[in-house]
Design a protein around this ligand. Structure first.
Ligand SMILES: C[S@@+](CC[C@H](N)C(=O)[O-])C[C@H]1O[C@@H](n2cnc3c(N)ncnc32)[C@H](O)[C@@H]1O
Length: 210
């Protein structure tokens, strides 16, 4: 079984019971037309979609590999529009279909370099030129427990949680390089609670598609 398939199985089972936490930085979206076509890539149960809808955005689509998380989202928010990703990283829409994509705590679940590059390339395809990518993800943690978890894994920063998810924490410069086909226009460091109740350093990036 490849890494993407084993990840999907986690998100269909144990992962589908978790609560997610990275906050939308609304300030970055303040100037965005409320009619903008927004994709929440790796939307989970639609937490960020609900927040965007509450901010007044009326055209928000969520896509995820986990049918269980989508079903949970559909029960909680039947007004939101969810789609299943059946052949990751492809989201079945024509090129340039979206004005904004949010990618929150998804790279951390896709540990391989090549899989991450393919995912970011898909967001580039889906965005219209000039469109915005709002990324939020976890950084390498400096504490002893994290360093023990990273030891011996490749790339550095990959680890397995106590309940079996293979995750990745990132070097900030690596995340910036991953967005080489975008212009990064803003970034902010923050601390977020993780899905397992710890606290972790995170980075948010706002990038414009070239
Ligand atoms: C930590 S959760 C974050 C969910 C949501 N973005 C949020 O912040 O509330 C990670 C999400 O990524 C999804 N995911 C995992 N692997 C994926 C992949 N290869 N492509 C798209 N989504 C994926 C999981 O199913 C899960 O919903």
């Amino acid at each position: 079984m490849d890494a993407l398939e084993s990840g999907r199985r986690y998100w269909e089972t144990t992962g589908a019971t978790k609560d997610f936490t990275h906050p939308v930085h609304a300030e970055w979206l303040a100037g965005v037309d409320r009619a903008a076509r927004i994709l929440d890539y790796g939307c989970g149960y639609g937490r960020v979609m609900a927040e965007l809808s509450d901010l007044g955005f009326g055209t928000v689509t969520g896509a995820d590999v986990s049918a269980a998380l989508i079903a949970r989202g559909g029960r909680a928010r039947p007004d939101l529009s969810f789609e299943l990703i059946t052949s990751p990283p492809v989201v079945d829409h024509p090129a340039a279909s979206f004005d904004v994509i949010v990618l929150f705590a998804v790279l951390t679940c896709v540990p391989g370099d090549a899989d991450q590059r393919a995912l970011v390339a898909e967001t580039h395809r889906l965005l219209a030129p000039g469109g915005l990518l709002h990324v939020s993800d976890l950084l390498l943690q400096a504490d002893e427990r994290s360093r023990r978890r990273y030891a011996g894994r490749s790339p550095y920063g990959v680890f397995t949680t106590g309940d079996g998810a293979v995750c990745r924490h990132h070097d900030a410069e690596y995340l910036r390089r991953l967005l080489a086909d975008f212009d990064i226009t803003a970034e902010r460091h923050l601390e977020v609670p993780t899905m397992n109740g710890n606290r972790a350093a995170a980075l948010q990036l706002l990038a414009r598609r070239r």
